[in-house]
Design a protein. Sequence first.
Length: 403
Amino acid sequence: MKKIRILLVGGGSGGHIYPLIAVAQKIQSFIGASAKFKADLRYFGDAGDYENLLSANGIRCFYIVSSKLRRYFSLRNFLDVFKFFMAFFHSLWRVFWFMPDVVFSKGGPGSLPILFACKLFAIPLVIHESDSVPGLTNLISGKIAKKIFLSFDSARKYFVNKDNQVVGNPIRSELLLNQDGFVANLSDEDVLASKKQFGLENKKPVLLVLGGSQGAVVINNFVLKNIEFLTKTFSVLHQTGEDNFEEYKADFDILSKALPDEVRNDYKYFPYFDENLKNAYIAADLVLARAGAGTIFELAYFGKPSVLIPLPDSAGDHQAINASEFAATGAALDIQQENFLSHLVLVQLESIINNSDKLKSMSRAATAFYRQFSSENIAAYLLSFGGLNIYPDSAPIKEAVLK
């Protein structure tokens, strides 16, 4: 039995880790039925809170100290120079003893020294850029990459004269309604069942509030300030973010003493949805969220209308450009954080939810934005370096998926 060795690299945030897991799951799916091949998947870097999740998905984790490239002056840059070289020499040792067939990188803090070490051993480098504006690590590593996969068409201009392919953003299997790569096809029964799982059995539309995997204080404050107004129209499912949860809970406990029972019944908040995220998306009639690439492609997969509030200080202002590109299709409303005023947002939310034609139009546009077979295309390409050829060249793998 031949072992295909694949190294996974990416900064320790959900935006980096979840696509790595999605691709790893598809690799294991493709290779699972083969009696001739076996996958050895390893993650090098600082996985942080995601180490257990990577391990649970069959990915062995090996710690390498993380350093960050900052595009602004900071005294921490001087410390990170030393950490960078520490990570590089540690990576040389790790890579030598693993010697992968290919390395797949999502970029992010800590990735670059590992990729440079792989380059010294002439290991093929494949990267995926989730955002419309590439991060610094991917801009640099893209110059030495054999293949660059992209989520947004607008990112192609950053990788001219390089082999690049727009495939969308990989979505992990836990969120998929089916495993065939197609967009979600939700029935009224699916939506009703998911609402019941959250104890929302009235006829109010559901507003899902997401601030990304880390939450968003600005969005949390908006909800807390306007909870009575929101619950007049919506039942609300709210992800506060784990880091913000205890502070938010303390504030809400004080506020809730003066709230009517119907408000408390129509409002559910959580630190992080985790395994409940799929049901939260299914239950939602409208979503208020940040504009990370992962969130946008999840909205597209589920066909959910949305109001996006881009993170204003994201690197290269990529969230604003992500949101603009998605909103230009008619799938979302894009509100910059400086315009994130209670009255304006409440009016826009009510305007959308009370217009059934607009809701349907936004849903269709979101679905059209989704790109099928993202994980499959990347996984199949990576496996080809180990001698397992699932599809020829860069052709769509619909046939392979439907076998």
